[in-house]
Write a protein that binds this ligand. Structure first.
Ligand SMILES: Cc1cc2nc3c(=O)[nH]c(=O)nc-3n(C[C@H](O)[C@H](O)[C@H](O)COP(=O)(O)OP(=O)(O)OC[C@H]3O[C@@H](n4cnc5c(N)ncnc54)[C@H](O)[C@@H]3O)c2cc1C
Length: 405
């Protein structure tokens, strides 16, 4: 008799949430899950490092998915999913074929679109931003960095502003004014008062103006205006983060903006055996670390249903953000559901490995897979993000000591 191949678990998307789901399920479900990864893109793109592209023109780090899947012994389909038939447990792929699943994890990310018609949108594949080129142009400039309304993850705009200031300083230019415009009450208010005030101090120390509580819009001539007050800004260059829509995959429930509704175990509401994680869900904060936490909740629930793991933990959102500044980075942490104080901010590393996207499985994978020199290890207690063997997930202290540990 041939061995049981295990339940068919299909993961759609090879981004942050998709890779975390894959690595977590590979560990937690083991032989009880027969994994398939489907991705339209052949590579995992490390989006958080895209903020460096406008300065050094090097593309953000990428990892090919086919060799990774081969290393894990999972099937890889480099194709787009076009629809799901939850009733028959089928995914339709571009090109006409279908995949059967017992469990499906949907990690298709969001769809960026420009929030302001006349601004430079960052990131944008059509019109890549080149801040170095912009700063080589002669004459006074006022560069305005905009967080549009409804953008929940504003960190990249602060990174761009700070890194631009660092370049301006290096070029010795005294005729470049930098301003951030944001609807937030305070810079990066999502991290709580302590971190937000550290970011405000950093910006003001670098001479970057910040206009908070302001919604940016364009008048009929494309001039940037701020509401309330209908103030003109007088910018020479406007750089704005994009708005985001959900993936809206045919056959799955979605809200008015195309985001997939999930519960706190990342189960898609209204359909059986389908999970979703990451930017494409209806959770309001579109951030990589949050996406990995949803992916972990989905993987734990599936592994539990396969009889391979104990009781699954619900998704508990904790934000960890590493702000690149062109100088020393600032690390911030906050429990989004509150009750854990004012949040934290420190130039010291607050979690380990110190990846921009924290994630129980993804952070160690990116850290060790990067092949670079080991950064200076921390000298004080830190939260450590490691992919513990699954038998440790329940009660680590009850496990026999391992050789070398
Ligand atoms: C400039 C920038 C800076 C950021 N900084 C940080 C940061 O410092 N920290 C942090 O935690 N987060 C950061 N983020 C946010 C983070 O990158 C996203 O939250 C994260 O990438 C979302 O992960 P995801 O898996 O949901 O989507 P994505 O990473 O976008 O992956 C989606 C995947 O789905 C695939 N796909 C899409 N459609 C289909 C289809 N129909 N069929 C098959 N495959 C499909 C894509 O090819 C891709 O592999 C940043 C984002 C940007 C843009």
């Amino acid at each position: 008799m041939s061995p049981d191949p295990g339940a068919r678990v299909v993961i759609l998307g090879g981004g942050v949430a998709g890779l975390e789901s894959l690595l977590a399920l590979h560990d937690l479900a083991g032989d009880r899950g027969q994994l398939t990864l489907v991705s339209a893109d052949p590579e995992f793109v490390y989006k958080p490092l895209m903020v460096e592209e406008p300065f050094d023109l090097d593309p953000a780090a990428r990892h090919e998915l086919a060799p990774l899947a081969a290393e894990l012994g999972v099937r890889f389909e480099n194709r787009a999913a076009s629809s799901v038939d939850p009733h028959h447990h089928l995914v339709a792929l571009a090109g006409g074929s279908e995949l059967e699943y017992d469990y499906l994890v949907v990690c298709l990310g969001g769809r960026y679109r420009p929030a302001l018609e006349h601004a430079r949108t960052f990131p944008s594949t059509d019109d890549p931003l080149r801040l170095d080129e912009l700063l080589r142009q002669e004459g006074p400039r006022h560069v305005v960095f905009v967080v549009p309304l409804a953008v929940s993850w504003s960190l990249p705009i602060y990174e761009l502003a700070l890194m631009t200031q660092s370049r301006v300083r290096g070029l010795g230019r005294g005729d470049v004014q930098l301003t951030v415009v944001t609807p937030e009450d305070a810079p990066l208010a999502i991290f709580g008062p302590a971190a937000s005030s550290a970011v405000a101090d950093l910006l003001s120390g670098r001479g970057i103006d910040v206009v908070t509580g302001a919604v940016a819009r364009e008048d009929q001539h494309g001039t940037l205006m701020l509401t309330p007050g209908d103030r003109m800004v007088g910018a020479t260059d406007v750089i704005a983060l994009p708005a985001m829509d959900g993936p809206g995959l045919d056959g799955l429930p979605a809200d008015d903006d195309g985001f997939i509704p999930i519960d706190d175990h990342a189960r898609v509401r209204g359909v059986e055996d389908v999970y979703a994680a990451g930017d494409g869900t209806d959770f309001p904060i579109k951030q990589g670390g949050i996406g990995t936490q949803q992916a972990d909740a989905a993987a734990e629930d599936i592994a539990h249903r396969l009889g391979a793991a104990g009781a699954p933990q619900p998704f508990h959102p904790v934000l960890r953000g590493k702000l690149l500044t062109g100088d020393e980075s600032l690390h911030m942490k906050a429990d989004v559901t509150g009750g854990a104080g004012e949040g934290e901010a420190s130039p010291d590393v607050l979690w380990w490995p110190p990846q921009k996207v924290s994630g129980r499985y993804l952070a160690p994978f990116l850290y060790h897979g990067a092949g670079g020199a080991e950064p200076e290890p921390p000298r004080r207690p830190l939260e450590v993000e490691v992919s513990l063997p699954k038998e440790w997930h329940g009660e680590p202290l009850s496990q026999p000591a391992r050789r070398g540990s």
